[in-house]
Each structure stands twice: as structure tokens, then as C-alpha cells.
Design a protein around this ligand. Structure first.
Ligand SMILES: *Cc1c(COP(=O)(O)O)cnc(C)c1O
Length: 365
């Protein structure tokens, strides 16, 4: 079977360096808030191009802490609105509602799957405080137009960079394009830990300090609690692993692009639509999507032929039970994407033979 993602193989590639890093932490006797966090935060800041990185427990928390910090700073208050794409992973929306803020869903473009920037300004109201863009599937969602709208209306621009480590917009990394960004290092992400992990990047000193505090019980100084925070810290062992994998991220992204390029050039079945790539620097192919009107039949066919695929995602946020109040809303583009999307095997460890095989099978569908 051709696996969707062979994590064992991904890890095996850098096994020696990873074992060395893990053993170093195990032997050190120091497992939280130590040198490994310091080193990874400094290296990740340098990589992304921001003044600060604050490690935390996972990607959802990273986004939760950004909005929580804005609430603590008085920049936002419960009931304020945040514009967000309707076709994102649930975590982007949960981070907004967990802080008592109101998500305002905006449709994506069908060709790129990214938030449709021509619809953003119409969604701005006097209560809008931020736009949360999501670099979905690893493709940059930022556009100059979105930047202009945020400046014009005094809105914070927050990035969900969970799927796009290493992605560029005109030479700048996603995660450094707005006021703050949330990153996930879930094992399957392009930069993945050995468990849950996340981080916030920002140039804003105050925001970084508040995020660091709320993710550590609300503490600004040992045993002094300024906020009612939570325990949401990055483990030393995860930081050490991430620092190793960060050194190889660009090389892994380049390998993902080779797979994507082969798929795009060789999938010629008119029933299967490959993604539109306007700028190869602006896509890191966390997920390689295709669209097909007969998606479920295509998925069954691929399974029968030994190709593992995943749907990202089967049910859009506004149709989920946790957001019952939106269930009757209509977002036709979003719903169509959720009905037609299928994710093909994609990773830096796929062999050329595997990629060719997937293409050959799809072209016979
Ligand atoms: C993975 C993901 C998250 C959440 O990250 P976790 O580390 O799993 O909490 C948030 N947003 C998007 C778009 C994601 O893909």
C-alpha cells in the first residue's frame, strides 16, 4: 500500500540526530522551560523572521493564546468579530469562540482554496477587530489586498500557519506577515514533533510577554499570577526534536514540491482537478489536494488499488454540531470543496515509483 504519510520513514531519515537530541534531554534531568526551548525559540524566530517565538502545548493553544492576549491587552473584548475563512480546520474557529469572540465566516476561492480577498472588506463591521488568515494546505493565503484592508480598518492580522512552515510571500515567510501567527507542530505537519507542540511568532514585545504568561498559569514571575492562565508549555524533548527537524525543513519542503510538480504535470484525467499554483515559493504542499465531482467513488477506487487518501475535511465548521447556530447558513463554495476534496499521498519520503504509481492509477479512473 502507498501510505498517505509514512511518519516512521520521515523520522528514520534523521534518526541519528534525533536520538542524540532526545538522549541529551533525557540525560540532562531538565525537562521543561530550559535550554532546548530557548534554542528552538531563537532558531525558529530566525527562520520565520520575527522578533519572538513563544513555544506552547499545541497549535490550537497557540491561536487561543494570541486572541486571549489581545483580550487581556484590551485590544479586543468578548463579542468583537474576527473574519476567518469558512473552509478552515475547526481549530482556527475554536480559538476565536473560546475567547468569546465572534467568527465571521468568509468564502474561499475554488481554485486556490484560500480566503477570497475580494469578499473580505464587505465582511468588515464596526465590531471587527481582526482577520485570521489560514495558509490552508500549505499555500499562502496572504495578499496585498488583505494587508491593505487590515491597515485601512485598523484590524489585527493573525495567521494560522499550522500547515505552512517554510512558505514564502515575496521572500518573507508566512508567520511573519501579520501581527501574530499560530504554528502547530502536530506530528503530521511539515515541521512535526513527537506529540503535541505549538508556538506563537510575533514582533510585538507586549503580545509575546502576555502569551508567555497565559500559557504558563498566567505567571509573569515565579508564583506571581497576573492572569488566570493555563498550563500550555512546550516540553524540552519536543523543542529538541523540533530544532533538529527545523534544520532539514527546507530540504523536506523541496522534496514535497518535487512530488507536487510531478502530480500536477502528469495527472491528466479531466475528472480530477489539481491545485492551481500561481507561485511555487508560496506553497509548501502540506497537503496535496485534488477535486473530483465523484470524490467518494475516486477514494474507494484508490483504496482498492492500494493508495491511501484522506479528506480534508469531510464536514465544514458551519455544519458541525458544536456550531449548531450556523447549521442553516449557506457557504456554497466551502460546501463544494468539502464535497469534492481528496488529499493524495504527500511527503518528503515518497519514492519516485510511488508517485508514478499514484498518477498511473488516477489517470485510469
Ligand atoms: C493542525 C491545525 C491546527 C491545530 O494544531 P494542533 O497542534 O493540532 O492543535 C490549527 N489550524 C490548522 C489549519 C491546522 O491544520
Amino acid at each position: 500500500m502507498i501510505k498517505f504519510l509514512d511518519l516512521q520513514k520521515v523520522t528514520a531519515k534523521y534518526a541519528d540526530e534525533i536520538h542524540e537530541a532526545v538522549n541529551r534531554v533525557v540525560d540532562s534531568g531538565w525537562y521543561l522551560q530550559g535550554r532546548e526551548n530557548e534554542r528552538f525559540e531563537a532558531d525558529y524566530s530566525r527562520y520565520i523572521g520575527t522578533k519572538h517565538t513563544v513555544g506552547c502545548a499545541n497549535g490550537l493553544d497557540a491561536l487561543v493564546w494570541i486572541f486571549r492576549a489581545y483580550v487581556e491587552m484590551g485590544v479586543m473584548k468578548p463579542g468583537d468579530e474576527v473574519i476567518v475563512p469558512a473552509n478552515t480546520y475547526i481549530a482556527s474557529i475554536l480559538a476565536i469562540t473560546e475567547n468569546g469572540l465572534k467568527p465571521v465566516l468568509v468564502e474561499p476561492r475554488l481554485d486556490t482554496y484560500q480566503i477570497d480577498d475580494s469578499l473580505v472588506e464587505a465582511a468588515v463591521t464596526p465590531r471587527t477587530r481582526a482577520v485570521l488568515i489560514v495558509h490552508l494546505y500549505g499555500q499562502c493565503a496572504y495578499t496585498d489586498r488583505i494587508g491593505e484592508i487590515c491597515r485601512k480598518h485598523g484590524l489585527k492580522l493573525v495567521e494560522d500557519n499550522a500547515q505552512a512552515h517554510g512558505c514564502l510571500f515575496k521572500g518573507r515567510k508566512t508567520g511573519s506577515l501579520g501581527d501574530a501567527a499560530g504554528h502547530s507542530f502536530y506530528p503530521g505537519k511539515n515541521l512535526g514533533a513527537f506529540g503535541d507542540a505549538g508556538a506563537v511568532t510575533t514582533d510585538d514585545d507586549r503580545l509575546a510577554a502576555v502569551v508567555r504568561a497565559v500559557a504558563n498559569y498566567g505567571s509573569t514571575k515565579k508564583y506571581v499570577f497576573k492572569y488566570c492562565g493555563r498550563n500550555s508549555r512546550l516540553d524540552e524533548i519536543q523543542a529538541a526534536v523540533l530544532d533538529v527537524k527545523l534544520r532539514h525543513l527546507d530540504e523536506d519542503v523541496a522534496l514535497r514540491k518535487e512530488v507536487a510538480r510531478y502530480y500536477i504535470e502528469h495527472i491528466v484525467n479531466p475528472a480530477v482537478v489539481t491545485p492551481k499554483v500561481e507561485d511555487w515559493d508560496a506553497h509548501v504542499f502540506h497537503i496535496f489536494t485534488v477535486r473530483c465531482a465523484e470524490r467518494d467513488r475516486l477514494q474507494r477506487y484508490l483504496t482498492e488499488n492500494g493508495v491511501q487518501t484522506i479528506i480534508h475535511y469531510p464536514i465544514p465548521p458551519h455544519k458541525q454540531e458544536c456550531y449548531k447556530e450556523w447549521n442553516s447558513l449557506s457557504f456554497p463554495v466551502t460546501e463544494r470543496i468539502h464535497d469534492e476534496e481528496l488529499s493524495l499521498p504527500m511527503s518528503p519520503v515518497m519514492t519516485r515509483e510511488e508517485v508514478e504509481k499514484v498518477v498511473e492509477i488516477i489517470n485510469k479512473f
